[in-house]
Design a protein around this ligand. Sequence first.
Ligand SMILES: Cc1cc2nc3c(=O)[nH]c(=O)nc-3n(C[C@H](O)[C@H](O)[C@H](O)COP(=O)(O)OP(=O)(O)OC[C@H]3O[C@@H](n4cnc5c(N)ncnc54)[C@H](O)[C@@H]3O)c2cc1C
Length: 378
Amino acid sequence: MDFNLSSDDIAMQQSTRDVVNELLKHEPNFHETNEIPAVIDETLSNMGYYGLSIPQEYGGLEIDKVTGALVQLELARLPPQFWAPIRSALGPTPHVLVNHGSKEQKEKWLPEIASGHKKVAFALTEPDAGSDVTAMHTTAVKKEDRWVLNGTKIFITNANIADIIIVFAKTDASQGRNGISAFIVEPSTPGFSLGKPMKTMGWMVEGLFEISFDNCEIPLQNLLGEENKGFYYALEGLSEARVNVGCQALGGGDIALEHAIQYAKDRVTFGVPLASHQVIQHKLADMSMEQHVARLLLLEAAWGLQNNKDIRLQSSYVKVFCTETAHKTADSALQIFGGSGYMKGMVVERVYRDIRVLRIYEGASEIQRNMIAKQILK
Ligand SMILES: Cc1cc2nc3c(=O)[nH]c(=O)nc-3n(C[C@H](O)[C@H](O)[C@H](O)COP(=O)(O)OP(=O)(O)OC[C@H]3O[C@@H](n4cnc5c(N)ncnc54)[C@H](O)[C@@H]3O)c2cc1C
């Protein structure tokens, strides 16, 4: 096995780290004002990050999945709000579009998504249907030359800025998972409405919304892929997205660890730096070791994606292990900071809150363990 990164990988990783370090200078002010300066999105879109996973023929960078993971590990050192729209552009939406969209749909949307001019959202979850997707109530009924959508989706990231939302709805209620389809909905469509922003524990900007459809009529050609295949498209998109969530988690863990190491060197207790106490050294050693193991698992899954392997098992491993490892890392980092770590404005405090959600969305840990058990017991 070759564990060496290519020179291109190293260059891309380094240029991303440089950009991220520059943008991190805006973090203290962001903690004060809760406002994201426009330069953040401008810089990231100029670097082409919106198009990381989009084919070159549609204006994307279409980089190798391992390189993509390395880039995301760097981007994830930023507060998640700084690059939330990019995360959506790397998530299941473009995956479903690239793999199942018609030629017209791809030509219309992918170049705009790759350039960052059009933002995307993915709407699967409903008030009564989160982990149990098939319990969804939203329906799409075909009427002559259009589909008519009715229902409500909840916790939809970036719904307020999205130009295109991939919405999942029941097209044949009697068929369970075989009766769900995917649609492209533009929020300007009559019958679509955006709810109030939902207040969250982390990500302290408005980014999460309920959306609803009241006889929302969309053209027949907005069906994405084949009718009644939507459930499988969502699963497929989420399998890749879980590797991205692993990157978000470990990038957060990395920056928490960096801050903890620096603090342990600077802070003096009982006449010596914290880093001289063996208990603290062991804590840091465990954090570093666990982050490293998780990164190997993540890169293996990214390699599998790149090489068209079946990564269903690995992506569940990544989702659970990377998010739980990063949570442990952030918790230990905060502990090393003592009372200061609990104060607003500290990076470890921000990371601790922001990465908590990663164990919930895009398939909660319990559901991933169910999926792993199902595969190893079959
Ligand atoms: C910040 C944030 C952003 C999100 N963004 C989006 C988005 O953009 N688009 C979107 O569609 N959704 C989004 N979601 C929704 C997210 O995917 C769901 O919250 C998640 O799938 C869990 O569903 P739920 O909240 O309904 O929990 P439930 O399904 O009600 O589960 C509650 C708890 O029970 C556990 N559980 C459920 N069933 C089982 C079982 N069979 N065995 C063992 N344990 C079980 C779950 O793991 C969980 O811990 C977002 C959520 C958050 C918090």
